[in-house]
Design a protein around this ligand. Structure first.
Ligand code: NAP
Length: 247
């Protein structure tokens, strides 16, 4: 039987790799995107060509009304069993001294508020006391939460620190509801997020200095997410799993 999984920010990068792996393992996948409809549609077509099931769902996770609409659209897929809270942004490297209020607002709106709203709606769907069937939630944090990301983006690092705390707290709130909550904390992964922050070569350049000597691939993060979603991780909740090449 297919189980339903919603992935925010699935049109590219880590979200996209997770959607492909999940579909290959039998999940029905909700592919949330923000602006790149063509990429989301192409991913859905690729999943369908593999014999899987997927639907593209537009929503800006920073807007509560859009998050509510996203989950309502997902309800048509049947009971939700999995959620990957993945949508996230970076910004150009700056010390805090030079960050504008508008930048900080946007960073926390998408990465913190968006993640909290998404996690809340997922919890409302999966909690057994509310009629859900239980499930698993994976938040995509970052090792930046431990490193602090000085002179680059302490705002982003702080936002991801909030996700680590949410993971710990929500795991405790939902343990009795049949819902596991975990986080992956990727390091330098080769995706387009670095170009969006004005540093297209960042993962390759800095990846060389990690213990494993290279940047990671989105598929390597997806493997850990899929394990956490799966019943094989049945005794794992509240965990922060670093996928960072030892960084
Ligand atoms: P990416 O390639 O830039 O993809 C970001 C995805 O998020 C896109 O699908 C984008 O959709 C979506 N998105 C952006 N803003 C959104 C919003 N307001 N509402 C809904 N969707 C939104 O990023 P990535 O590297 O795969 O990163 C995925 C997650 O991993 C992020 O949370 C990031 O912080 C985290 N992470 C990444 C790295 C890394 O090195 N790559 C390391 C640590 C943590 P559209 O394209 O449609 O706009």
């Amino acid at each position: 039987m297919h189980r339903s999984l919603l992935i925010t920010g699935a049109s590219r990068g880590i979200g996209r790799a997770t959607a492909l792996l999940a579909a290959a393992r039998g999940w029905r996948v909700g592919v949330n995107y923000h602006s790149d409809r063509a990429a989301a549609d192409a991913l859905v077509a690729q999943i369908e060509a593999m014999g899987g099931q997927a639907v593209a769902l537009q929503a800006n996770v920073a807007e509560e009304s859009q998050v509510l609409r996203l989950f309502e659209a997902m309800d048509a897929f049947g009971p939700l069993h999995g959620l990957v809270v993945n949508a996230g942004i970076v910004a150009p490297p700056l010390p805090l001294l030079e960050m504008s209020g508008e930048r900080l607002r946007r960073m926390f709106a998408v990465n913190v508020l968006g993640s909290y709203l998404t996690a809340r709606e997922g919890a409302r769907r999966m909690a057994r006391s509310l009629g859900g069937e239980g499930g698993s939630m994976v938040l995509v944090s970052s090792v930046a939460a431990s490193l602090g990301a000085p002179f680059e983006y302490v705002d982003y690092a702080g936002a991801k620190g909030a996700l680590d705390v949410l993971t710990r707290g929500l795991a405790k709130e939902l343990g009795g509801e049949g819902v596991r909550v975990n986080a992956v904390r990727p390091g330098l992964i080769d995706t387009e997020i670095h170009a969006s922050g004005g540093q297209p070569d960042r993962a390759e350049r800095l990846g060389k200095s990690t213990p494993l000597g290279r940047a990671g691939r989105a598929e390597e993060v997806a493997e850990a997410i899929l394990w956490l979603l799966d019943d094989r991780a049945s005794y794992t909740t509240g965990a922060l799993v670093d996928i960072a090449g030892g960084r």
